[in-house]
Write a protein that binds this ligand. Structure first.
Ligand code: UDP
Length: 248
């Protein structure tokens, strides 16, 4: 049975979703850069969700290549370092685009920093049109502004595109009350309020991203992108994840 024929059982709970993929996730087990196997795995998971009829857009980070804050701490001017970080996200976006198109998923990359020979510029209405046609839109270059993060870009684009949920794919399968890698007794929250995440500084996403999602009442679903198939599962309410929303 091909992927496009797999029935959704139970059906997805969301119609339009934004998946934030950190640069780190694309690195797999490597210390730096891109792991083609991991990129292909994530592309396969995105294809599976598309095949369920869910509209998908992506925001990709750049931490596997360059992080502005780290370079700034070593003496580089912060704004310049941040622009370099944003360019790193474009590299990742092109890698994801290629992996998706290899398996027949129609995509468009839109960059918040105009770069007309490699990607479309970000135009909200055009991105919405691509999504309506079933294309996966990959948003690159974050917000286009230094001093921001791709998490904030994800909350911004999810708001602009009218997404029902913002998914954050991480190494762990949700938000824990302690680091599960160090503490075997750490327990995972099923749900959390935006307020709790902010006041307890739970590190789901930066505060600007959480606040934006909260203002626009977009739930944030944190899950493990490392587990193949998890993206489709969590959209149907299955598997392990933490949901951040208005109420606890
Ligand atoms: N960045 C930025 N503005 C944005 C998004 C990203 O300046 O709107 C820069 C910032 O330097 C950041 C880098 O791009 O460190 C890579 O993005 P991020 O660290 O969010 O990627 P991730 O942690 O998701 O891999």
């Amino acid at each position: 049975m091909s992927v496009s024929q797999i029935p959704a059982d139970p059906p997805p709970r969301y119609k339009r979703v934004l998946l934030k993929i950190s640069g780190e996730a694309l690195m797999g087990d490597r210390e730096y850069g891109l792991d083609p196997g991991m990129v292909a795995q994530i592309a396969g998971d995105v294809a599976k969700v598309r095949a369920l009829g869910v509209d998908v857009c992506l925001v990709v980070g750049g931490g596997n290549i360059f992080r502005g804050v780290s370079a700034a701490s070593e003496g580089m001017e912060r704004a310049s370092a941040d622009y370099m970080g944003m360019l790193a996200t474009v590299i990742n976006a092109l890698a994801l685009q290629s992996a998706l198109e290899n398996i027949g998923v129609d995509t468009r990359v839109q960059s918040a920093i105009p770069m007309s020979t490699v990607a479309e510029p970000y135009i909200r209405r055009r991105a919405a049109r691509h999504m309506a046609k079933g294309r996966v839109v990959i948003f690159a270059a974050g917000t286009g502004n230094p001093f921001f993060t791709t998490d904030t870009a994800a909350a911004l684009r999810a708001s602009e595109m009218g997404c029902d949920v913002l998914l954050k794919g991480t190494k762990v399968d949700g938000v824990y009350d302690a680091d599960p890698a160090k503490n075997p007794d750490a327990t995972r929250y099923e749900t959390l309020s935006y307020m709790r995440v902010l006041t307890d500084d739970l590190g789901v996403m930066d505060h600007a991203a959480i606040s934006l999602a909260r203002e626009n009442a977009i739930p944030i679903l944190v899950f493990s992108i490392y587990r193949p198939g998890a993206f489709a599962e969590v959209l149907s309410g299955e598997g392990r994840f933490t949901l951040v929303r208005t109420e606890e």
